[in-house]
Design a protein around this ligand. Structure first.
Ligand SMILES: [Zn+2]
Ligand SMILES: [Zn+2]
Length: 281
């Protein structure tokens, strides 16, 4: 099982980091979890062209986690020589997002149908949405996926995913504060991927940007800090903790500094790095 950080950024634009997105590859499947800004470029860099994506899983419907969903569904359709169904799994609300997306893309869909006879002979852009709830499980090929509740309130519902395949386990939490359900989702996982922020650096930003201070302050209460992620990893007994979704953006060379905060609480392996950082479970 291979886990690749396609995008390690956040809502704040960064020239070097795509938006939140992670690729899980196991048992011949290529599963994309969240699809933030630029994720299709990164996916391609990881050797997975859009038609090869087995399924797209969304942890929640914050814009930074879904902003390139349109790019994946469109490029899958227009790049595939045969009819192809795009499978999207996400929390309640995902159907509404995809309905809106289809409306947004309807002019483009018509342009392409008008222009390409072979596309016209097919069924058009096919998207299959499955809304999932905590406790659900499903399979993508031979990869078992378990859905767990996370806590990113006031954003609700939000979920994390536990992948089981090839005798390995990867847990992808998405945006959440620590909670018992999160501990259960990543219990004894080989790899636990957590979106994180650094309260100390966010506080420094608040002092430098007083006009933005209230909004920056708001983000502190619904994300795991790097130290929180270390504590969750320790409680859950995971082997490797992977940090992503760096808020504020982690600058090159600061990896050790971020890792040290998690290492205060967790003695296992900790990974942080640029987009396309990958590891084998
Ligand atoms: Zn979020
Ligand atoms: Zn986020």
């Amino acid at each position: 099982m291979k886990v690749t950080l396609l995008g390690t950024g956040s809502p704040i634009p960064d020239p070097n980091r795509a938006g939140p997105s992670t690729l899980v590859q196991a048992a011949g499947q290529h599963i994309v979890v969240d699809c933030g800004r630029g994720c299709v470029m990164r996916m391609t860099a990881a050797g997975v062209f859009p038609p090869f994506v087995s399924a797209i899983l969304l942890t929640h419907l914050h814009s930074d986690h879904i902003s390139d969903l349109n790019d994946i569904v469109t490029s899958r359709w227009i790049m595939s020589p045969n009819p192809i169904v795009t499978k999207i799994f996400g929390p309640v609300g995902t159907k509404q997002i995809v309905e809106g997306l289809r409306t947004m893309l309807s002019l483009d869909e018509q342009y392409r149908l008008d222009h390409h006879a072979d596309l016209r002979s097919g069924p058009g852009m096919q998207i299959e949405v499955t809304e999932v709830s905590p406790g659900d499980s499903f399979s993508i090929g031979d990869v078992k996926v378990v859905v767990g509740r996370t806590d990113h309130r006031p954003v609700s519902p939000t979920v994390g995913y536990r992948f089981e395949a090839e005798g390995k386990v990867a847990a992808l939490a998405g945006d959440t504060v620590p909670c018992a359900e999160l501990d259960a989702l990543c219990a004894s996982a080989d790899v636990y991927v957590q979106t994180v922020l650094r309260p100390d650096l966010v506080d420094a930003m608040r002092k430098m940007l007083p006009a933005q201070a209230p909004r920056l302050g708001d983000i502190l209460d619904y994300h795991s800090s790097v130290e929180d992620a270390g504590q969750t990893a320790a409680r859950a007994g995971v082997k490797t903790l992977v940090l992503t979704h760096y808020v504020p953006a982690m600058q090159p060379g600061q990896e050790a500094d971020w890792i040290a905060q998690a290492a205060k609480h967790f003695s296992g392996k900790i990974v942080a790095g640029p987009d396309l950082t990958s590891l084998e479970a």
